[in-house]
Design a binder for this molecule. Structure first.
Ligand code: GDP
Length: 587
């Protein structure tokens, strides 16, 4: 069971963890002596927190997360304790999936009392859906084990927690330094009738059976083995929830590509039939499909599947130096997907410490929580937090820093218009030409048709297109060549970064092609590096229009969708003739 320790700095988180490890006999004697000896040598007072530091160094090797973890065993179960030095790191790790906490221990200093951070952390636990929480009122030795002090903190903090819907399992007065009420009840606080910390931890119920939940694996990477003459591709990632077996039908979101699991491939491990939550793995598929890192792999027959769209409602916890404002572009990371997003509206803002609310505020300041509607620049797959925690959470990056974390509460009803809907409206509103299609056909003698030439950069596509244009024109076709650049610097002059708005550039290019085809032309177009999903989008926009796809040079397409494959180093003239022959035969 993973337990995270949170609380204001210096309230004693590390000491508490050190104590817990020590008092449960989880620290080897020689190690303890070693640390004590080192302290003596350096004339430094021994601190239980040093145990944690020593273990951190030892255990964190090879772990690339910012929080340290320690393991220990009670009579009841195994624990992983996660020390969250700051709530930003904690949030970052929780949201990125680097750390998953089943329960939390929140530490409050008895002398200093409840700090703003104590409340913010409580709020965050509520937002992250961590339901099992223990509150330790620490440093009871400093307040002479006073029941009154403890009760004061307990009453005040209970009230706060009830407002944020957290029902703590226990409030425990402890002294991490003295070891009171940690692994065993302490005689010094006989007035405390509740459990020791360890007893309370042991009474946590086991994490819900994540293997039984809907299967979700954000795709991290796709490996190819072409070097070894093997054309297999492996889809790699970490199973966030649920389980799958070889033979299961799967579907990727948002591309909706389907295939079947041929085998589960684990490095250095015997073949596995099934795999469950928390494992990093890779899959070979029965039918190769084109998917990209960032998609979510799901089981096709599952009842609960992710949403796809570009709009959703979310609760955002903001930690950025600059406020979160509507219409500014931020990076958004969800699972393994990265995209750009804007806040469409700030619906309600709450101060995470005072819980003061405002519906009039238009921006979200540091340490505030807000209910917002978010719009991403491209449709993405996501879950609501109640469906799946790992793919229902995201982080927002402002510049280069993680500035906020959020959970998706609702898939917005007007969830961003999909391409199909946009095309539907376009066709409905289309102003038709006065000349009938049949008349135009009779005049040109050829059906309008698109020949789209793609391939990697520097494959001579433009020269091929021009040659083809000349050949077809000679044959009497109303041939017209257009390259994507003609659109980028004209129709697209209002959008800048080509990479970020690649989809939008392509969409507009396709709309221009659609107009040229409507005019009855034989359109020859070139665009580099088109992939399966680009081509699908083009086909959606060009609805029912004739379409030939030629790929020049290396055929990097995973699916067999190219009509014409032109090998590398073929003479320009021959290439154009091959394509022309295809066009002629497709009449
Ligand atoms: P963290 O920042 O929350 O991890 O806090 P630390 O565990 O580093 O503790 C901060 C300081 O409080 C250290 O100097 C500890 O020795 C001290 N401290 C922690 N627990 C207790 C306690 O129960 N009693 C007393 N008197 N001091 C404590």
């Amino acid at each position: 069971m993973n337990i995270v320790f949170v609380g204001h700095v210096d309230h004693g988180k590390s000491t508490l963890i050190g104590r817990l490890l020590h008092d449960t006999g989880s620290i080897p004697k020689d190690k303890l002596e070693d640390i004590k000896e080192r302290c003596r040598k350096n004339s430094k007072a021994f601190e239980y927190a040093f145990l944690l530091d020593a273990l951190k160094d030892e255990q964190s090797q090879g772990i690339t997360i910012d929080t340290a973890r320690c393991h220990f065993k009670s009579d009841k179960r195994d624990y992983i304790l996660i020390d969250a030095p700051g709530h930003i790191d904690f949030l970052k790790n929780m949201v990125s999936g680097a750390a998953r906490a089943d329960a939390a221990i929140l530490v409050i200093d008895a002398l200093e009392g409840i700090q703003e951070n104590s409340r913010r952390h409580g709020y965050m636990l509520s937002m992250l859906g961590i339901k099992q929480v223990i509150i330790c009122v620490n440093k009871m030795d400093i307040v002479r084990y006073s029941k009154k002090v403890f009760d004061g903190i307990k009453n005040e903090y209970s009230l706060f927690l009830s407002k944020v819907n957290v029902k703590p399992k226990a409030f425990i007065p402890v002294s991490a330094r003295e070891g009171s009420n940690i692994a065993a009840r302490s005689g010094k606080m006989a007035w405390h009738k509740g459990p020791s910390l360890l007893q309370a931890m042991d009474s946590f119920s086991e994490a819900k059976k994540l293997d039984k939940r809907p299967f979700r694996m954000p795709v991290q990477d796709i490996y190819r083995f072409t070097d070894l003459g093997d054309d297999r591709r492996l889809i790699a990632g970490r199973v966030e929830e649920g389980s799958v077996s070889a033979g299961d039908e799967i579907i990727f979101y948002p591309s909706l590509k389907r295939s079947k699991i041929r085998s589960i491939e684990m490095f250095n491990s015997p073949e596995m039939k099934s795999i469950g939550t928390g494992r990093s793995t890779s899959f070979a598929l029965s039918k190769e499909v084109y998917v990209q890192p960032g998609e979510i792999m799901c089981k096709a027959k599952e009842k609960t599947l992710p949403y796809t769209g570009s709009t959703f409602d979310a609760n955002i916890f903001w930690m950025g130096k600059e406020p979160l404002v509507p219409n500014k572009e931020y990076k958004l990371k969800l699972g393994t997907a990265k995209t750009y997003a804007k806040v469409r509206s700030v619906n309600r803002v709450i101060d995470a410490s005072s819980l003061k609310e405002s519906v009039a505020k238009m921006q979200v300041d540091r340490h505030e929580v807000a209910e917002c509607t978010i719009e991403t620049i491209r449709p993405m797959a996501y879950d609501t937090i109640s469906q799946c925690e790992a793919t229902g959470r995201f982080v927002i990056v402002d510049g280069y820093e993680i500035a906020g974390g959020g959970i998706i509460t609702k898939a917005a009803k007007n969830g961003g218009m999909g391409l199909k809907e946009k095309v539907g409206i376009r066709d409905y509103k289309w102003v038709r030409s006065g000349i009938k299609f049949s008349k135009r056909l009779a005049k040109y003698g050829h059906k309008p048709q698109l020949i789209l030439i793609t391939g990697k950069r520097n494959e001579n596509k433009i020269r091929i297109a021009r040659k083809l244009e000349a050949l077809l024109s000679k044959k009497g076709y109303p041939a017209y060549y257009i390259g994507i650049r003609s659109v980028i610097y004209g129709v697209d002059s209002d959008i800048r970064s080509a990479e970020r708005y690649r989809d939008e550039h392509l969409r507009r290019f396709a709309e221009v092609l659609n107009i040229l085809l409507d005019a009855g032309l034989t359109v020859i177009a070139t665009a580099s590096d088109l992939h399966e999903d680009d081509i699908n989008d083009l086909k959606t926009i060009l609805k029912n229009k004739e379409f030939l796809l030629a790929i020049v040079g290396e055929n990097y397409l995973v699916e067999k969708i190219a009509d014409i494959e032109i090998p590398k180093y073929m003479a320009l003239k021959d290439v154009a003739i091959i394509i022309k022959d295809h066009v002629l035969s497709s009449r």
